[in-house]
Design a protein around this ligand. Sequence first.
Ligand code: BTN
Length: 243
Amino acid sequence: MSCSLAPGVVEPLLSGRFGRDYRYVEETESTQALLGPDDPEGAVAVAEHQTAGRGRLGRRWAAPPGTAITASVLLRPAAGAPIQQLSLVGGLAVAETVEAVLDLSVQLKWPNDVMVDRRKVAGILAEARDGIIVLGIGLNVNQTRDRLPLDARIPPASLRTVDGVERNRAPLLADVLERLERHYDAWTAGGLDAVFDGIGSRDFLRGRRVRVEGAEGVAGGLDRAGRLLVDGRPVESGEVELV
Ligand code: BTN
């Protein structure tokens, strides 16, 4: 199956401003480093292989060449905007794309994981620098079970390990970018409220016993600022463990 994310394959599928510019490399350390303050909002960097892909909290994010979607998108929200919410906005876009292709319900594990069947299929990394946000998206698409990381903290999945189907990644990437643009524009205009229903209804943690930032309790959903409520107390950020 032809499965390239080269510009000649992806650009004809793009419908909005996200993905223009479209920067594509075979190999790089991390697509997060390929975008900078001189690039326009919506510029996208994609690699077939990252040699030092990064996840949240200094973790690694690894995928064999040509199997996953590893992409970064440049965003330029207004000064003072609550940028920590952008992981949820990105997660919503990816969750909807995954739902559309798998025909299964997909959850968002606060603050940045996309989950199918209690396994992590994608992660979002929002990095702020030089007045821009670089929103990284790692979506496992065609890895077989033996090519997913063995040492992952959360059990990993790919679309292929869920339903056995090997997919062309280009339409998936175009779909994520279209949804991300729509949700980001709604968030820019109306804040988290504008996208809250899609996020709150996919909350993976709601009702589960969790430990976060040294405190243990029951996750009661997200508040309208995108914070996790644990026994009614809002948590701004941190590492959530299921207890
Ligand atoms: C996480 O799960 O902690 C976030 C993972 C984010 C991975 C993506 S892949 C594209 C972009 N480049 C990186 O180095 N990381 C992000």
